[in-house]
Design a protein. Structure first.
Length: 494
């Protein structure tokens, strides 16, 4: 039997509500699932004691659900992800694999609308009407149009002579001075090759991937999974035999010592960027990985080790380099050497990302390499779009990305939430840039790092439109994959 949820409804382990046994997830309004034909009697809410349950042992209060009399036509092969958000849990148990076609509602920036994710009164949450959501979207987009200035003066400027940069929004028309596009890889035979990302289990997806509808709009609709793109993670290494990291194409060790990741940050970051979903999915599950171990612990990495790692990543052919380091200072020689390497990377069309810094200091700070010309500086926000308390304030901040409470995995292969570090937000962004790089290649539309970073900032969702781009807490706003996809799709030749 199938039921349809009329309001957002919690998923429970038993037919009761108790603080000692919190919900394991949420079914969104409009979602449809298969349940057992017989209801069970449980805790009475609003004088209704009936609870639905499925074959996996999950329970749903029946007060805001209805039976579906006629079965809908079968979904297309692979289905469309949507309808459910699973919360990270420690139990190793199977979760329902529902066939649902209603995507979760967009993440609003109004805490009153989100109600902090809690469901009041019984087991359901009233869902704002479409009119309310559209008005919220209109308010959110107000002022997001043209870019008043580039996020940082990125040099050398590939598409324009120095000093002649335009402040107009970036154009996607092919520029004769742009580097030649890389030919797309031959299309895979989708009928014979198993496509593990087409119907991902919801409990293997972090909230950042879910809220941005990346599985539906990027993976499934456009087959943009990072295929053919290479991400270099420069951090504390990564577990080479981790089941979520089969795409490791190269490894580097800055100093003599054990290759394994004994800290955990590097492995977590690699899974967030490109986990293949054996236990956890990353943003770009088909991207190749280059793992550079440039230190045992992130706060002990030296400028010299960073230089060694970046030089290796450039030579190894990385498309995106996540430099997961935040150094408080560099001496003049170190600064010159590192900036020279960054310039070389930009000349080779490599996208460079770094964390703004992990600090709760109220005074704005500048960290390296995020402060360098040509590097996208990324801070962290939570699932409600709020800046994380550990994300440093900085005048060099470009934007915020998901970075707190993300589902990931450790070198010990334990799933859980990420370490509180802006490096995770930078890794999330690096994974997303791999999706964009695949789009560029397959559509033969190159975009220099300068303009691509401008695009990310121009489309960012800003909660505070005043001083956009000069906000030390939010930069230009939060990474907005949906708006970026609209821009990319609109740029395709007719």
């Amino acid at each position: 039997m199938k039921i349809r949820f009329l309001e957002d409804t919690n998923i429970r382990r038993a037919p009761r509500v108790t603080d000692a046994d919190p919900p394991v997830g949420m079914m969104f309004k409009g979602a449809e699932i298969e349940v057992e034909p017989d209801m069970v009697s449980g805790e009475s809410l609003q004088n209704i004691s009936g609870w639905y349950h499925d074959k996996h042992g999950w329970y749903y209060w029946s007060g805001r659900a209805e039976k579906i009399i006629e079965e809908p036509p079968p979904a297309p092969p692979g289905g469309i992800f949507g309808g459910v958000v699973m919360f990270p849990v420690d139990e190793k148990e199977e979760h329902p694999d529902e066939d649902m076609t209603t995507p979760p509602p967009p993440l609003a920036n109004d805490d009153a609308l989100l109600n902090n994710g809690e469901i009041p009164e019984g087991e359901t949450r009233a869902v704002p009407s479409l009119e309310v959501l559209l008005e919220e979207e209109k308010r959110l987009r107000a002022g997001v149009g043209t870019l008043p200035r580039p996020p940082k003066e990125i040099g050398p400027d590939i598409l324009m002579p120095a000093g002649t940069r335009s402040t107009a929004p970036p154009s996607f028309a092919r520029d004769p001075l742009a580097p030649p596009a890389t030919a797309p890889e031959p299309a895979q035979n989708m009928a014979t090759v198993p496509v593990f990302w087409q119907n991902p289990a919801p409990q293997k997806l972090n909230w950042g991937v879910q809220n941005a509808l990346i599985p539906r709009d990027w993976w499934l609709s456009r087959h943009l999974t990072g295929r053919g793109a290479t991400i270099a993670i420069l951090s504390t290494g990564a577990d080479p035999s981790h089941p979520d990291l089969p795409g490791i194409a190269g490894r580097f060790q800055a100093d003599n010592g054990p290759l394994e990741d004994r800290h955990g940050l590097g492995t977590q970051a690699a899974v967030v960027a490109a986990g293949c979903g054996q236990t956890v999915f990353g943003v770009a599950p088909e991207a190749r990985l280059l793992i550079g171990k440039i230190g045992e612990q992130d706060h002990l990495i030296t400028p010299e080790q960073l230089v060694q790692g970046l030089r290796w990543a450039i030579g190894a052919g990385a498309d995106v380099v996540a430099m997961l380091v935040d150094l408080p200072d560099l001496d003049p020689l170190e600064l010159e050497t590192l900036q020279s390497l960054v310039d070389r990377a930009i000349e080779q069309d490599i996208l460079l990302v770094a964390p703004v810094g992990t600090s709760e200091n109220k005074k704005p700070e500048s960290r390296y390499p995020a402060r360098l010309k040509g590097v996208l500086s990324v801070g962290a926000h939570d699932q409600y779009g709020q800046r994380c308390a550990f994300s440093a304030r900085s005048y060099d901040l470009d934007l915020l990305a998901p970075g707190e409470g993300l589902l990931t995995s450790t070198p010990g292969r334990q799933t859980g939430t990420n370490l509180k570090s802006t490096s995770i937000a930078a890794a999330f962004t690096a994974g997303f840039l791999a999706l964009v790089r695949q789009w560029q290649r397959e559509n033969r539309q190159p975009l220099a790092p300068t303009l691509l970073f401008n695009l990310l900032c121009e489309t960012s969702a800003s909660r505070r439109t005043f001083n956009k781009g000069e906000d030390v807490e939010y930069g230009y706003g939060t990474l907005n994959p949906a708006e970026i996809l609209k821009k990319l799709d609109a740029s395709k030749p007719a």
